[in-house]
Design a protein around this ligand. Structure first.
Ligand code: ATP
Length: 301
């Protein structure tokens, strides 16, 4: 069976503190978007996991989150035989778009169906949480027919459904430089030590919840804030340049997603988004620029 493993963007991201275990306490609004990988999962009579992928540089063993998910399911439920997984990646890798977590969630959902395990979404989310903080959100996101919007707290695993984000077009641009999640958080911590984080704007969640409830895309987009952006703008000016350029092209708002480096922009009109994506490709000479969107029915909370 084929599962569409959806990417996510963060409409807001705040870091509330650092826990004793070294993880950061986060508060985020997560949104699925229509950009997806296709994850094909089949049962095999031969034991073991075979994995193939259109990106040769990705690992095919349990370092790949999709394979790790299959291993967990086979072992935890003592399933007979094995599985074959083929991943067609479209979501850029190491981009702040939860591509690996989404592939992981896709395998959990597929194996639950293929083996008739009858596990609830909550059960799959809790298995997923042990493999990555974004996996529980990806489980609900991939299980849903339409786009979903959630508040994520803790390290990202504590989820509360919010009113869905209004329908819009989204342009996602992935800068060509890599950005490690650990380095991005380290830069944030470093800023905190030098007090510079005191100057940064933080998301006003009350305004964002009200905008979601009212279906007010303009207020929502204008108030999108990711506190991880600030610490990295000096070192990676292209993030700021992309945001500025997107706003000039008529975006209602633009933001770095997660720990970056992808930057996304919200457009009310698909035509504007299509034109913006062309302009961004030319101006920044980027290969990975996507026009996608959010598909929802209003008030589909
Ligand atoms: P997040 O937004 O959850 O922080 P990300 O989009 O920044 O995730 P991913 O694309 O999920 O990052 O991948 C980051 C790392 O995970 C890479 O080093 C990659 O090798 C590894 N990885 C493991 N499995 C996968 C997979 N199925 N797809 C992509 N990357 C994977």
């Amino acid at each position: 069976m084929i599962v569409h493993a959806k990417a996510k963007v963060n409409l807001a991201l705040d870091v509330l503190g650092k826990r004793a275990d070294g993880y950061h306490e986060l508060k985020m609004i997560m949104q699925t978007v229509l950009l997806n990988d296709n994850v094909c999962v089949e049962k095999t009579t031969r034991a073991g996991i075979e994995c193939s992928c259109n990106l040769p540089f990705l690992p095919k063993d349990t370092r790949n989150l999709a394979v790790l998910a299959a291993r967990r399911m086979l072992d935890d439920f003592m399933l007979p035989g094995g599985v074959k997984i083929d991943i067609h990646k479209r979501i850029p890798v190491s981009a702040g778009l939860a591509g690996g977590s989404s592939d992981c969630a896709a395998v959990l959902l597929a194996m639950n169906k293929l083996y008739g395990l009858g596990l609830s979404l909550e059960a799959l989310m809790s298995i997923g949480a042990s493999m990555g903080a974004d996996v529980p959100f990806c489980v609900v996101g991939n299980a849903a027919q339409r786009g979903v919007t959630y508040l994520a707290q803790g390290v990202g695993e504590r989820l509360t459904q919010l009113h869905s984000c209004p329908c819009c077009a989204i342009v996602i641009a992935k800068p060509a430089f890599p950005l490690s999640t650990a380095d991005v958080f380290a830069a944030f911590d470093n800023n905190a030590v030098t007090q510079r984080n005191a100057e940064i704007q933080r998301p006003e969640f009350g305004i964002l919840y009200s905008a979601l409830k009212a279906g007010d895309l303009s207020t929502l987009a204008k108030n999108m804030i990711n506190v991880l952006e600030y610490a990295n703008l000096k070192k990676y000016p292209q993030i700021y340049e992309l945001k500025q350029f997107m706003m000039k092209l008529g975006a209602a708002g633009a933001l770095m997603s997660g720990s970056g480096p992808s930057v996304f922009a919200v457009f009310t009109e698909k035509n504007m988004a299509l034109a913006a994506s062309q302009a961004i490709k030319q101006q920044f000479k980027l290969r990975e620029v996507f026009v996608t969107g959010i598909d929802i029915t209003r008030n589909s909370k």
